[in-house]
Design a binder for this molecule. Structure first.
Ligand code: SF4
Length: 85
């Protein structure tokens, strides 16, 4: 699993990321960018491309939680969830 963060103060809604990695980034309306903060490792290549394509480098890959909060119970879209136990 990869940890990502998007600096929404930088993001200008160019949607390059949503174009290159639609599994992770989705545009809602003209400005709102939604993204999966913990995409599957299998999507890393796409993610790297999307991050590299962002004109303002707003996509941070392998971002660390600023306050060290343990990752837990993240709401991920159903289609992205693995139910392996
Ligand atoms: S490519 Fe960068 S600026 Fe464009 S929507 Fe994605 S994060 Fe925002």
């Amino acid at each position: 699993m990869v940890r990502i963060a998007v600096d929404l103060n930088r993001c200008q809604g160019y949607a390059q990321c949503a174009f290159l990695a639609p599994e992770i980034f989705t545009m809602h309306g003209d400005e709102a960018l939604l993204y999966d903060p913990e995409p599957d490792e299998a999507l890393r290549e796409k993610l790297d491309r999307a991050a590299a394509a962002c004109p303002v480098q707003a996509v941070l890959v392998d971002a660390v939680e600023p306050d060290g909060v343990e990752p837990h119970a993240v709401d991920v879209p159903a289609e992205g969830v693995s139910h392996a136990r």
